[in-house]
Design a protein around this ligand. Structure first.
Ligand SMILES: [Fe+2]
Ligand SMILES: [Fe+2]
Length: 289
């Protein structure tokens, strides 16, 4: 597997928001916001993945104002209702490209979602921001790998329409970190754990071993992302004396989260930190305490 752009990001033009944080007096959170505003997804992914942010101050206490234009995104893909997306057989070249494009779009959104957590929610411990920055870096790599694969099929990001379900949930939960953690990493990203094995097998069935290898890497990383979501969700629940499983049900109702349908990837979900109680509830066999 060839990784695109393995160099460390060094801006060549004077772009203050992309320069060393301490030298410029900027923070990781402010930087995440600047990067979220970038409309070109390739530029955004490259900047996120290659920025060495280890020494940047986090500035957890800063109250950053939300600017217009979040998230920055390109003119294409055209965003449509999910029901308007054509279903194409993966056996055709166009169908396979359409599938890879849909996955590429999910990763583009995932970069935005991780950056949004870093800048938006203040007053958390420093490691919280480091965790979500690392998620953003990995999402940027996923985007680049899939986009490079899409290009080998003769297509580019933006060539097919896409839907905006992931960002819709981010927008709904922008005022509530507990809800964001419950419904984005622990719901929407966790659905990716369930869906990935079948998509991977589809790619193998049409001889796309390179695509399958990318999905193998993504699945491992995504277990880590859901684990980070679970860790911080459970931390906040403990601090607020809330029952995690019951609170999840309440938040899913309140924010109209999509109903979760099987088959579930129980080993991956277990590895990502879901409790036995939560997994039993998911499978429709609630445990009695
Ligand atoms: Fe990802
Ligand atoms: Fe992720």
């Amino acid at each position: 597997m060839t990784l695109p752009h393995t160099d460390t990001y060094q801006p060549t033009a004077p772009t203050p928001h992309l320069m060393n944080g301490q030298a410029r007096g900027r923070s990781l959170r402010a930087q995440a916001l600047q990067l979220l505003l970038l409309s070109n997804t390739q530029d955004k992914a490259h900047a996120v993945r290659t920025l060495d942010a280890r020494d940047w101050p986090v500035d957890a206490q800063a109250q950053l104002q939300e600017p217009d234009g979040l998230p920055g995104r390109p003119l294409h893909p055209q965003l449509v209702h999910p029901s308007a997306l054509a279903k194409r057989a993966v056996g055709s070249p166009e169908g396979r490209a359409s599938l890879i494009h849909a996955l590429t779009h999910i990763e583009a959104n995932a970069i935005n979602l991780a950056l949004d957590v870093v800048w938006r929610f203040g007053d958390m411990p420093e490691v919280f921001y480091r965790d979500w920055w690392q998620v953003a870096v990995e999402e940027a790599l996923h985007f680049e790998l899939l986009e490079a694969h899409l290009q080998t099929l003769g297509y580019a990001y933006g060539d097919f329409p896409a839907h905006d379900g992931l960002w819709d949930m981010a927008a709904k939960t922008k005022g509530d970190l507990l809800a964001r953690l419950a419904l984005v990493p622990r719901t929407l990203e966790a659905r990716g754990l369930d869906a990935t094995p079948a998509i991977r097998n589809k790619l193998v069935s049409v001889g796309d071993q390179a695509g399958a290898a990318i999905l193998d890497l993504i699945l491992q990383d995504e277990i880590g992302h859901v684990a980070i979501g679970n860790r911080w969700y459970n931390t906040l629940c403990a601090e607020r004396d809330l029952d995690p499983a019951l609170t999840y049900t309440q938040l899913a109702d309140l924010f109209e989260a999509p109903m979760l349908k099987g088959p579930f990837n129980l080993p991956a979900r277990r590895a990502a930190g879901f409790s036995d109680t939560e997994l039993a509830t998911l499978c429709g066999t609630p445990q009695t305490a």
